[in-house]
Design a binder for this molecule. Structure first.
Ligand SMILES: Nc1ncnc2c1ncn2[C@@H]1O[C@H](COP(=O)(O)OP(=O)(O)OP(=O)(O)O)[C@@H](O)[C@H]1O
Ligand SMILES: C=C(C)CCOP(=O)(O)O
Length: 246
């Protein structure tokens, strides 16, 4: 079983609010379609927000820890993510990928400590029935804080843990985690080893950029890869491109 995140920074133009990168999304959809066609591996897709969701969340002062009790604000952020989700679904369906959305806002919640609880029975059932579930970064009910943002990276970690994923891939705009010389770091086994080079995203991003990704992935049993769009075919074909996190 593979959990694949299509980074919002890849499938959108992250610097222009609510703008899709249609060409990149096409490429990603084509890579997914050829894997699903030729390989019996179960695939769960999660996508991030990019220029959808982050701008709205930032305007309302909402993040993974700062919540809102304003339903209009929550629905604006959720709505932006659903708009992007519809674009992703359409591109996959056009290529005969049997993609079905799972909206985290309607499925999970955070407890008082901010821990994410995400039931995965519906995802498992969709997989068993031959569908490709497509989740996305979203708003989520948060005990004591109203509703906060849940990042696609958190969803990837939760799904990988619950469904015992064999492989985890994060496709981003960068070819991997880069060191001070902008070279791809091949393997990361401890956060302290790379902490000094990890930063937030270059664009508006309320969920923590590369540092949050590496932290979430290090906590998992299975190995994970962070790589660029050029390497998506290679990853889906069983290679370990970019940075491997174990
Ligand atoms: N050491 C690093 N190596 C690579 N990228 C880094 C590093 N430190 C910070 N970054 C930033 O992290 C970004 C990737 O994180 P970001 O959260 O934007 O990606 P994403 O998951 O593809 O998009 P989204 O969060 O919208 O889904 C890069 O574009 C870069 O700006
Ligand atoms: C900003 C929202 C609502 C979701 C962000 O998800 P991410 O891009 O995976 O961090």
């Amino acid at each position: 079983m593979i959990v694949l995140k299509l980074g919002g920074s890849v499938i959108t133009d992250k610097d222009r609010p609510e703008t899709l990168d249609g060409e990149a999304l096409e490429r990603a959809a084509a890579a997914v379609a050829s894997t699903v066609e030729t390989d019996a591996t179960d695939l769960v897709i999660v996508h991030g927000g990019g220029s959808f969701g982050h701008h709205n969340a930032s305007e309302h002062g909402v993040s993974t820890t700062a919540g809102t009790h304003d339903a209009t604000a929550a629905l604006e952020i959720h709505g932006a993510m659903k708009t992007l989700n519809q674009f992703v679904l359409t591109r996959l369906l056009e290529r005969d990928v049997q993609a079905i959305p799972v909206h985290p806002f309607s499925a999970g919640y955070r407890d008082e400590e901010g821990r994410l609880e995400l039931p995965t029975g519906q995802v498992e059932t969709l997989l068993a029935e031959g569908f490709v579930p497509v989740l996305h970064g979203d708003m989520i009910a948060h005990a004591g804080s109203g509703a906060t943002v849940v990042s696609g990276d958190e969803l990837v970690a939760e799904l990988a843990r619950d469904l015992e994923a064999d492989r985890i891939g994060l496709c981003s705009t960068v070819p991997g985690v880069l060191n001070d010389d902008e070279a791809v770091i091949e393997r990361i086994s401890a956060y302290e080893d790379v902490e000094s080079v990890l930063g937030a995203s270059d664009s508006t991003d309320v969920t923590g950029g590369m540092a949050a990704k590496v932290q979430a992935l290090l906590a998992l049993e299975a190995e994970a890869s962070i790589f660029g769009l050029e390497e998506l075919d290679a990853f889906l074909g069983s290679d370990e491109p970019g940075t491997t996190i174990d």
